[in-house]
Ligand binder design. Structure first.
Ligand code: NAP
Length: 320
């Protein structure tokens, strides 16, 4: 059995950045429940309690609700009973399969009628659209959300949460979700928040996998990691400029090389060659470098040597 201390390991909030509890009128106090009190669900519930809402919680492993009960939450033994207490239902479990298992059970589905579900479990756009369709058929308000933050930032302005789905659902949930962080309704298509989430994470993974590659190069060539780290902010304006330029060119379909091109594919590939050399000479794993090289070579084979880096855009786009 896992010991209780491990189970009750609350996230560490940023102590200085908490939003002050709002001065609520009686009308603004909401009955809210949180289904799933793992790391993220606990952070969300904790903010709701700090903001003086009535909060009920449910978690498969009941002991994980204890710190929230100590903060004033009510923990109930069944999902259906927990849903019945509230107008707004925040769901944050590991994935949509689990969420569907919990919410689609007949008693739970009955208890949800007329309420608003805010789905904050990470999922795909297709899963979000399906969940919305299921809810709409049953007269349940549905708002899908993506949390672009780790639990320690929840409740501060450093947390960004994206929401999509009917505006009426966003308006109904707004008093509940407003204190989690910066809340943005990105559109009425319920899949949009998940789509933007995946796009932003793809960008993050590009950076993280690039950093793994850089760490390997530093290790092989005797560059200490503190030195590497110190130079990242100095290079950052250039990287940001190139990223912004790439997005603007993709948006405007300006893929050919022109007067404003910062570096052609040929120039990029010549510099990139030095990474390939180190990878081969020092026998580093070639997975990341080879994947990038294949893209460069496909573009060059198609005659884009002198074109802008943005000429790589169609290579990753949907195939016709
Ligand atoms: P976590 O600490 O592992 O919590 C997972 C939650 O899902 C727990 O409440 C867990 O219950 C529940 N769960 C898992 N399997 C279940 C099952 N079969 N039946 C019922 N409940 C089940 O994970 P987390 O970090 O809080 O993540 C929760 C969601 O938030 C995920 O969708 C994640 O992608 C998303 N998210 C997390 C972060 C982050 O930084 N942590 C950031 C953005 C989004 P038990 O306690 O009983 O295991």
């Amino acid at each position: 059995m896992r010991n209780l201390r491990t189970l009750i390991q609350p996230y560490q909030p940023c102590p200085t950045a908490w939003r002050k509890p709002a001065c609520r009128t009686k009308d603004e106090e909401m009955k809210i429940c949180v289904i799933g009190t793992g790391r993220m669900g606990s952070a969300l519930a904790s903010v709701l309690l700090k903001q003086r809402h009535d909060v009920a919680v449910w978690n498969r492993t009941a002991s994980r609700c204890l710190p929230l009960v100590q903060q004033g939450a009510v923990a109930l033994p069944s999902v259906a009973d927990t849903l019945a207490t509230s107008d707004v239902v925040i769901v944050n479990v590991i994935d949509y399969r689990v969420s569907d298992e919990l919410l689609h059970a007949p008693e739970a589905a009955d208890a949800l009628a007329g309420k608003t579900v805010v789905q904050l479990t990470s999922g795909s756009p297709a899963q979000a659209r399906e969940a919305h369709a299921w809810s709409a058929e049953r007269g349940i308000g549905y708002l899908d959300g993506a949390i672009m933050s780790t639990p320690n930032f929840i409740g501060t302005d450093a947390a960004s949460l994206l929401y999509s789905g009917p505006k009426s659902a966003f308006d109904a949930a707004h008093p509940a979700v407003i204190d989690f962080g910066i809340a943005t309704h990105v559109g009425t298509d319920p899949g949009l928040a998940c789509a933007l989430d995946v796009a932003l994470l793809a960008q993050m993974w590009g950076k993280l996998f690039g950093t793994l590659q850089a760490i390997a190069v530093c290790g092989a060539e005797g560059v200490d990691l503190d030195t590497f780290s110190r130079h990242i902010p100095r290079f950052a304006p250039t990287v940001k400029g190139a990223t912004d330029d790439l997005i603007a060119r993709a948006r405007d379909d300006r893929l050919a090389g022109d007067e404003q091109t910062l570096a052609s594919i040929g120039a990029h590939h010549a510099a990139f060659h030095h990474l390939l050399e180190i990878v081969r000479e020092k026998r580093l794993d070639a997975g990341v470098a080879d994947a990038f090289d294949r893209l460069f070579r496909r573009a060059i084979d198609r005659g884009h040597l002198d074109d802008d880096f943005a000429a790589l855009v169609p290579l990753l786009a949907r195939r016709a």
